[in-house]
Design a protein around this ligand. Structure first.
Ligand code: ADP
Length: 446
């Protein structure tokens, strides 16, 4: 940057210097011509008619005029004598200064001599129509004047070079120091301001950058947390599945060993067969439940309008024998034609799981009230209820309040997790209210 500023200021100054000296030369050139004309008039005043009108006379007069060229001509412009060109005696009446002298009494002219790189200023005067005297002196051409000024220009150029280097150093120091300071501050602070208004846009850009970086870092952090959560959740899931499988497998393995060892009574054998069958059935159920739960994640099947009222009534009829067995009354408060956008199997999972739980975790002689309308579904029971501390956990995978109870009834703690997942995917809200020993109420808001 320093070098750039230095080169730029140098370029500008040098160009200005060049243009200025050229213009000055022109002015000086014009005034030097005017001066020359003035000299020539003064020289001409020295002519007193005492010189012979030939080359000798011209040379004598020239000597008197410090070597200025003198030409004597007759009234027609024929050269009589010339202090410089002795054999050039032709007629000069075509030259403008001579023409002017013949007709107007006097004339000036200026002609360049490319060979000498100099101009000659001529002044011709008509003395009473008898003789024409012409005096000429050399002047510099504008270019030669300019060339003469070049050494001074060079001197100035060197001076400017040094001056520009100093200016570049000082200005870059003044510009760069606050910029460097600002950059250092921005590296340490998320929000910086500059006391220089010109640098505030840079401060704003740095602040915006900082904000973007912070946002990206937050996103990465959030993603990391999600990945970690997913990892923990997966580990937990695997550990739960293993744990759930372990009990029936141990039981099957144990009874199979006993049967192989022999020496069992018929009734013991019968118990062993029944247990092996029941436990392998439980394993099959568990695997089916896990597959069902896992498939929900990848279930992208499109929803369609389902007659929830009809589905709810059918499910209640199917569960009635189970309720009757425990003398539990099912109260239907189901509005007609409640149609929701979903899939038959998903609504069946929600309604079936909630009503089955309401029967399963009820007391003998209790009741289950299923209410369905366009706003949502509630399944209320007068059962054992859920303790305050377990209320938030009932929707978690593999959560069962009473492990032994779960085992006995084949519950794996996946029913409510499935219900919650379907509700989430459908954009519905599910909640539970419960009082231990008095009953529970599950609500799904469409
Ligand atoms: P499962 O019934 O197979 O154990 P769920 O996910 O359906 O699994 O239920 C999880 C746990 O929530 C149950 O083990 C039970 O302790 C509790 N629970 C569910 N529904 C009710 C209810 N209506 N009344 C009381 N407790 C309930």
């Amino acid at each position: 940057m320093k070098l750039r500023i230095w080169l730029l200021s140098l370029g500008i100054t040098f160009a200005c210097l060049f243009v200025f000296s050229f213009a000055a030369t022109q002015v000086y050139y014009k005034s030097s011509i005017d001066d020359s004309k003035e000299y020539l008039r003064v020289y001409m005043n020295a002519y007193d008619g005492s010189f012979s009108l030939d080359e000798q006379g011209a040379k004598a007069f020239s000597e008197k005029l410090n070597g200025a060229r003198v030409t004597f001509m007759n009234a027609q412009g024929n050269v009589l004598g010339d202090s410089m060109a002795s054999d050039d005696l032709e007629n000069h009446s075509d030259r403008s200064e001579i023409k002017d002298a013949i007709f107007n009494g006097e004339g000036f002219a200026m002609r360049g001599s490319s060979t000498l790189g100099k101009n000659m200023v001529y002044y011709c005067k008509n003395f009473d129509g008898n003789v024409l005297v012409r005096i000429a002196i050399f002047t510099d051409t504008d270019w030669s004047l300019f060339a003469k000024s070049l050494p001074i220009l060079l001197y100035f150029f060197i001076l400017v070079l040094v001056l520009c280097a100093v200016i570049a150093f000082v200005s870059t120091h003044f510009i760069l120091t606050p910029v460097k300071k600002l950059a250092a501050e921005a590296a340490a602070n998320p929000d910086v301001t500059s006391k220089y208004a010109e640098l505030q846009p840079i401060a704003d850009i740095l602040n915006e950058r900082n904000r973007n970086i912070q946002r990206q870092m937050d996103e990465i952090q959030a993603e990391k947390e999600l990945v970690e959560k997913a990892r923990v959740s997966k580990d937990e899931f695997i550990s739960n599945v293993t744990h759930e499988m372990n009990t029936p497998l141990t039981s099957i393995h144990g009874y199979a060993e006993l049967l192989r060892a022999g020496g069992m009574t018929e009734s013991q054998k019968d118990t062993a067969y029944k247990t092996i069958l029941a436990q392998s059935e439980r394993l099959t159920n568990l695997i089916a439940c896990i597959i069902n739960y896992s498939e929900l994640d990848s279930d992208e099947l499109p929803p369609y309008p389902v007659d929830f009222s009809a589905l709810a009534r059918e499910t209640i009829s199917a569960l009635k024998p189970e309720a009757d067995k425990r003398k539990i009354e099912i109260i239907e408060k189901i509005d007609d034609n409640v149609t929701v956008m979903s899939r038959h199997e998903r609504l069946s999972e929600i309604f079936g799981n909630l009503v089955r739980n309401a029967i399963k975790y009820n007391k003998e002689g209790g009741s289950v009230t299923a209410t369905l309308n366009y706003r949502g579904l509630t399944v209320e029971d007068t059962g054992i209820g859920i303790a305050e501390e377990n209320m938030s956990k009932v929707f978690s995978r593999f959560f069962t309040v009473d492990k032994s109870h779960g085992g006995k009834n084949g519950g794996f703690g996946l029913g409510l997790a499935v219900v919650k997942k379907i509700c989430q995917k459908s954009g519905w809200k599910i909640s539970v209210e419960s009082k231990l020993g008095e009953g529970s109420k599950f609500t799904v808001e469409f």
